[in-house]
Ligand binder design. Sequence first.
Ligand code: PLP
Length: 388
Amino acid sequence: MSRIADRIASSPKKNYGMHARAARLPNQHELIHMELGQPAHDTPQHIKAATIAAITAGQVHYSELSGILPLREALAHKLRTVNGIEATAADVLVTNGLTHGSFAAFFAVVNAGDEVILLDPAYPQHISKIELAGGRVVAAPLDAANGFSIRAEWIEAKITPRTKAVVLVNPSNPTGRVYRQEELLALAGLAIRHDLIVIADEVYEYNVYEHRHISIASLPGMAHRTISLYAFTKSYAMDGWRLGYATASADLLGAMLTVTANDVTHVNTFVQHGALAAITGDPSALEQMVADERIKRDFLVDALNRMPGVICARSEGSIYAFPDIRGTGIDSQTLANRLLEEAKIVVESGAFYGAAGEGHLRICFGSQTLPVIREAVRRLDHFFKTAA
Ligand SMILES: Cc1ncc(COP(=O)(O)O)c(C=O)c1O
């Protein structure tokens, strides 16, 4: 008898892409890291202060399983006013980052053999959770020729009697697209016709520079079939805090609570007080961070478009540029490897995100300050002019 459970033993090893490859190199100090979506900003001071105050005041004991009531009330207000989702505190579950929210969502809805559709190129960390839950990932391509937009008929072609859910990351990681209302209505129409659940990862909801972010759960007929997932991670630069939240209909959220109550009980009590300060406090720090990201995006995208063989659309949202590098004649994985070895820049290959991502690189502008991005651009420029 194997000591390891079959679901773990048979699950593919998690692939950390260029980050893992870079970690094996000597001279780590030479590397410029633009592969991970780790915010360059510090967490705003008032959030830290509220957390420290909560510890000092003795907020160190168990809280309600779904999260402290004042936080869930504040999050429900935010969901109603910002996302157009009719939530009350009872409809909110506080999670350990979006990662934990998506884990709970997949474990709450996916049966062994169920199919879950991801839009390709896709955020790969959703794949292993679906597979751990016993599900099968089915990739449906986005329309690369049209800014990686949703083509509902391409998604519909992947639906079978086993299809249970579709995952939507909006704004998209890695493509940076902010999906338009007509694309979301088309996807919603599919979900309604085929009775599917939509798992909406909206971790970049505030990292929006063009168009307006629309939560698919706010569209007609979608509230009871959408699990909407959020986090403080990117918008408030709180990635290490592990803080997120979910909203869904009572049956789905109740099933997710069964998962979270069993794995972590609840999120750290005093950390939830920091979250409350984030959501109710002065929004100017958040606005300033988004304004900074826009400046970095413009600088990087404009510079990439001046490099031979590179064409880069202006990311509409997220913290990533997704340049088309087909003009270099080099495949994306070889190019990412060569950039690491020859230019000491860590970026991710488009192929890492699925077949539809080939021909692109993903470069995170949110993870570095403008001076570091300037140096990265200098190295990239030299590489594309001389080596590629
Ligand atoms: C699309 C997407 N979802 C989820 C996450 C993870 O979020 P968290 O750190 O809140 O778990 C990331 C982080 O890069 C992401 O890009």
